[in-house]
Design a protein around this ligand. Structure first.
Ligand code: F0G
Length: 459
């Protein structure tokens, strides 16, 4: 098309009303929720950028597929459709459906990871880290140095530091490493992509040491688009071809269909190894369900099978990546610090840079997230020391590498004017950054504390 504007590649077929809580209602909601945005009711939020997980809009083709869902307990036709699509995409023969990504992670780690072992990744997402630690093992992040610097411009900031991976293997011993993981895109590091060149280099290290390589593939399609756009030699490849090549380098994958499955629920564990798959299926039956539905309805499996096709359409991916970049550009032009370049599914505001007067011990990203809600009813999520800080025995805390607020863009859900509104709110809050104060935690859980912690204004 000769025009510059990349339009939403769909027209709206069904709408859901947005609520507009008043500033007083928002203040009251914040106090009730202990300043934790996970504690808000969704109708207390105007624009909900808490997550891109399960919050997308399904297509008419997906809703139509749901109507023909086969709800048979065993051997459902919908499972075969799902399995066939996952096999064609990943090349992995063993397909185990799960109710979402973390169920696949739990099952994989319960089978493969033992106490005292070490699992490397570019950056573990909070659920993979917690599920590894739950097995008594250690989750180690080995992203390249650029991936830890919000301002560094690099086309593949999600890449694994291959030399660091080699060092880790020789330090801890290959027998203590059950598998290597790579998260595409690297959510906790800013939604940044991993190049095929890097995946191949990680594969080569794994081959040298006889280690299996698993993808945390939640956003594989967005990663494929970045490869198409940025990696030399891939401009002419389709996103499907690139995705197939990514998966061909792996021995297995965990997947949350709530992201690039374009579905509201679901996931899978896919593998090459039939013996590991057999053990995984035993746990699946115990925790999720029979191997041909794994905690999902037949209709969910149908929606995911269709979603896994649609998510690789070029029109969709071009719009998807552009809409995130559009919000990031508005912030960047106004001098609001964000993780550069913008990631695939979210804009990450750099709270450490925006709020240098708030020390990490007072959770600057939490403070910024609260302020965006207070000011404009926009809900994002803290990805910083609340999520990844490590309480020490002496009562202090080791802070996270970065203090970010993630504004995740649900798929096919908001239009450009919604995003223009969000940008206005961000700019208004940034304008009075100096007045924003930090928080302290008054209540927390031992695992994944960010979901339920309660806060109070510090000092
Ligand atoms: N891995 C990554 C990279 C993720 O981003 C997520 C979920 C999971 C695994 C777990 O999948 O939620 O289906 O159990 N991320 C969501 C988010 C929750 O908001 O980023 P799940």
């Amino acid at each position: 098309m000769p025009y510059r504007t990349i339009i939403e590649p769909f027209k709206i077929h069904s709408v859901q009303a947005i609520d507009f809580p008043s500033p007083e209602q928002r203040e009251q909601a914040l106090r009730r929720a202990g300043y934790n945005l996970f504690g808000l009711q969704a109708d207390e939020v105007i624009i909900d950028l808490l997550t891109d997980s399960g919050t997308g809009a399904m297509s008419d083709a997906q809703w139509a597929a749901m109507l023909v869902g086969d709800e048979s307990y065993a051997g459902s036709r919908s499972f075969r459709r799902f399995q066939e699509r996952v096999q064609r995409l990943t090349g992995l023969p063993e397909v185990i459906p799960t109710h979402q990504g973390r169920a696949a992670e739990w099952i994989l780690f319960a089978v493969m990871v033992k106490e005292g072992q070490v699992v490397p990744n570019n950056t573990h997402f909070d659920t993979t880290r917690a599920n590894i630690e739950y097995q008594g093992a250690q989750a180690v992040d080995l992203v390249i140095p650029e991936g830890r610097d919000p301002a560094a411009e690099h086309p593949f900031k999600g890449n694994v530091d291959v030399a660091a991976l080699e060092r880790l293997i020789s330090e801890v011993g290959v027998e203590r490493i059950p598998l290597v993981m790579v998260t595409v895109t690297n959510n906790s590091g800013g939604g940044q992509p991993v190049s095929l060149e890097n995946l191949r280099a990680v594969r080569a290290v794994c081959d040298r040491h006889g280690l299996p390589l698993f993808l945390d593939a939640c956003r594989f399609a967005e990663n494929a688009w970045f490869i198409k756009a940025r990696e030399p030699g891939y401009g002419d490849h389709t996103p499907e071809q690139i995705a197939v090549e990514m998966f061909s380098l792996a021995d297995g994958a965990t997947f949350s269909a709530k992201k690039d499955g374009l579905a509201n629920i679901g996931g899978f564990l896919a593998l090459k190894d039939a013996a590991v798959a057999a053990q995984a299926r035993n746990l699946l039956i115990l925790h999720e369900g029979f191997p041909t539905y794994g905690g999902l309805a037949g209709r969910d499996l149908e929606a995911i099978a269709v979603g896994l096709e649609e998510v690789l359409h070029e029109d969709y991916l071009r719009y998807r990546i552009r809409s995130t970049e559009y919000l990031a550009e508005k912030c960047h032009r106004a001098g609001v610090p964000t993780v550069r370049p913008p990631g695939g599914h979210a804009v990450y505001l750099d709270a450490r840079a925006l709020l240098p007067h708030i020390p990490p011990s007072q959770y600057p990203a939490q403070a910024l997230a609260v302020e965006l809600y207070r000011d404009g009813g926009v809900r994002g999520v803290e990805i910083g020391s609340v999520m990844f800080g490590r309480p020490q025995p002496d009562g202090t805390e080791e802070s996270a590498a970065m203090e970010l607020v993630r504004l995740a863009v649900p798929r096919r859900t908001y239009t450009q004017s919604h995003i223009d509104y969000v940008a206005e709110v961000i700019l208004a809050v940034a304008e009075r950054a100096g007045e924003i104060r930090g928080y302290r935690i008054v209540e927390q859980a031992p695992w994944l504390r960010h979901f339920t912690a309660r806060f109070a204004p510090a000092g």
